[in-house]
Design a protein. Structure first.
Length: 606
């Protein structure tokens, strides 16, 4: 059994065991429900009977009944909590099973799943939106983490080889910590099923409106409360008169005059409670884990442990304050606690103090958590695809592109055909000819999407890959625009002009282009002339990349341009059926198939 099928079986076995466990817990839960009903009815009957015997017997039996019922409820709640964990863990594993099988109907949508309208390469390579690479990989638990992963996958101009290698090292270490990743996701789902919004936390911490309560408010309020309580007690024993009422009204005036600001502070805090609770729980979980055997990951996460107090300790203090403020949301409790203690003022001032203490660190903490989400997404992708490999990045003056058995990560394995390819020339321009439906466009997308994975620090869908740092440019899914009055051909012309302009951007990166069906929006004669001129210009500019075309006349450029190389995809006709091997072959395409396809479809041909 190969690595992939071994991982698939492991996942299926875990899901099967979880389903059995849930079935067992469901049966136990049903029994507990039955026991609770019996104990409640029996306890009520015994308590009533006891009171007929004597008052003491009645109270004793009532106490025992309540104790028995409480113990049963406690164990039942513990069981239900375990069931929730099992259901959540099962969902995580089922989602991974959907990802490993590329079952789009069962893969959950990420927090951010819209198609970026202004990102042509993202559209060309199916990086974003439904049924995309981002959709397949992202397991993030926040909007910001999901957005950051999009940014990583769209690193079309990678300038730092070390940054990519550092990402690879962290992803490699994390991919061996599947239990840690599962527990991280499980913790997030158990705390709240809603996506975390780190930006709301940052906005709340930095909000200046919270620092409006004067420092004297707490000692003055405390003194007034102590005074009127003391005087009230003395009044009960006829030692003093009704002077306590004066101090009570003074405290009421001080409290009321600041109540609007206090209420605003509390309201803003409670609105963020679920996000803060989730954020704090995840930071606590991370800090409890030792990464001494994962030096890259440990170094990356050391931010949470730097200084005298850890991030978790400060966030726990903040969470305790928020929990205390939640208690006073009951109007009766609020009245009682604020009569005997300046509860609202005390916790609001503490909240301001803690927020002020963390505001210099909170941005770094949220950024690190968002990055960790990205690493977990990439590491999970690596774990689910153990036969994928991490590419070698060569940031040299040479033009390197070598890959063995490269495939498209969004195609199911049963339908996937992999190819080997490597450059033979210094600044190679690969001209690919071939029949319709033979696999030319898919091959271009395969190369592009794997480059995006490589530059994100993820493993690629290949047995081996060695590449230079390139600036990626694509012209594959060109669209016309009725609204803007742009024809298909003009849209393509504008896009290809952008490529020529990229050679003047001065970033020093080699240009790597993927152009599908060059100038297919115009007539044969002008398409051929325009294609020849454009390819020659790319050769003069030392461009590198792939161009597919149906114009067999372009294969002659191999003799005119030293760095041009011909490749092709082909098909065979067997028993009236067209068969494609989807393999790239060296040299120009020896056949065409347009008329054959028309004939097989029943269309008239000459």
């Amino acid at each position: 059994m190969d690595l992939f099928h071994s991982r698939l079986k492991e996942l299926e076995d875990i899901i099967a065991r979880l389903n059995k466990r849930i079935e067992f817990l469901n049966k136990r839960s049903n029994k507990f429900s039955y026991y609770r009903l019996i104990i409640f009815i029996t306890g009520a009957a015994l308590s009533i009977s006891g009171f007929f015997i004597s008052k003491e017997s009645g109270w004793i039996l009532t106490a025992l009944s309540l104790l028995s019922f409480s113990i049963t409820v406690h164990f039942h709640n513990t069981l239900l909590s375990g069931m929730r964990r099992c259901y959540s863990y099962l969902k995580i594993k089922e989602n991974n099973l959907a990802r490993i099988n590329i079952d789009w109907d069962k893969i959950p949508e990420p927090a951010v799943n819209s198609q970026a309208e202004d990102m042509t390469t993202g559209k060309d390579l199916d990086l974003f939106g439904k049924h995309s690479l981002h959709n397949l990989i992202d397991v993030g638990i926040s909007f910001e983490g999901s957005s950051l992963l999009r940014k990583w996958l769209s690193n079309f101009s990678p300038a730092d080889e070390k940054l990519i290698l550092d990402k690879q090292n962290i992803v490699k270490e994390l991919s061996g910590l599947q239990i840690f990743m599962d527990k991280f996701l499980l913790k997030a789902h158990l705390v709240s099923k809603k996506f975390l919004q780190s930006e709301k936390i940052l906005e709340w911490v930095y909000k200046s409106s919270v620092i409006n309560l004067p420092a004297w408010l707490l000692p003055v309020s405390s003194a007034l409360i102590l005074t009127y309580i003391t005087l009230f007690i003395l009044n009960i024993f006829d030692i003093s008169g009704s002077l306590w009422l004066v101090f009570f009204l003074a405290y009421f005036f001080v409290y009321s005059s600041h109540q609007k600001r206090i209420g605003k502070v509390i309201e803003e805090s409670l609105e963020l409670e679920s996000h803060l609770k989730k954020f704090t729980a995840l930071i606590n979980f991370i800090e409890k884990r030792s990464f001494k055997d994962q030096p890259y990951l440990g170094n990356f996460l050391r931010t949470f442990r730097e200084g005298n107090e850890s991030a978790a300790k400060k966030l726990n203090s903040l969470q305790k304050i928020i929990s205390a403020l939640i208690i006073r949301e009951n109007p009766i409790i609020r009245l009682i606690v604020n009569i005997f203690f300046p509860y609202d003022i005390f916790y609001c001032l503490r909240l301001i103090k803690v927020k002020d203490a963390i505001k210099h660190h909170i941005k770094e903490w949220t950024d690190k958590l968002n990055e960790l989400e990205c690493y977990i997404s990439l590491a999970n992708f690596s774990y689910l695809n153990p036969d994928h490999t991490f590419p070698l990045i060569e940031n040299t003056a040479e033009n390197i592109f070598e890959t063995m058995s490269i495939g498209h990560p969004l195609i199911r394995r049963a339908n996937k055909v992999c190819n080997d390819f490597s450059f033979d020339k210094k600044n190679e321009i690969v001209i690919i000819t071939g029949s319709n439906m033979s696999g030319k466009s898919t091959f271009l997308r395969t190369l592009g999407i794997n480059l995006c994975l490589a530059y994100a620090g993820a493993p690629v869908n290949a047995k081996a890959m060695k590449i230079s740092l390139y600036e990626l440019f694509t012209c594959i899914k060109v669209n016309d625009s009725v609204v803007d009055g742009i024809s298909y051909f003009y849209a393509e012309v504008k896009k290809l002009k952008e490529l020529l302009d990229e050679f003047n951007n001065g970033n020093g990166l080699k240009k790597f282009f993927l152009i599908d069906e060059i100038f297919k929006g115009t007539n044969n004669k002008e398409r051929l002339a325009g294609s020849r001129a454009f390819i020659k210009k790319l050769s003069d500019l030392k461009g590198t990349g792939f161009i597919t075309t149906h114009d067999l006349e372009l294969v002659g450029l191999e003799k005119e341009i030293p760095d041009a190389e011909n490749y092709h995809f082909k098909e065979e006709i067997d028993a009236g059926q067209m068969i494609f091997d989807y393999k790239i072959h060296k040299g120009p395409c020896p056949t065409t198939n347009a008329l054959k396809i028309m004939k097989l479809a029943g269309l008239p041909i000459e």
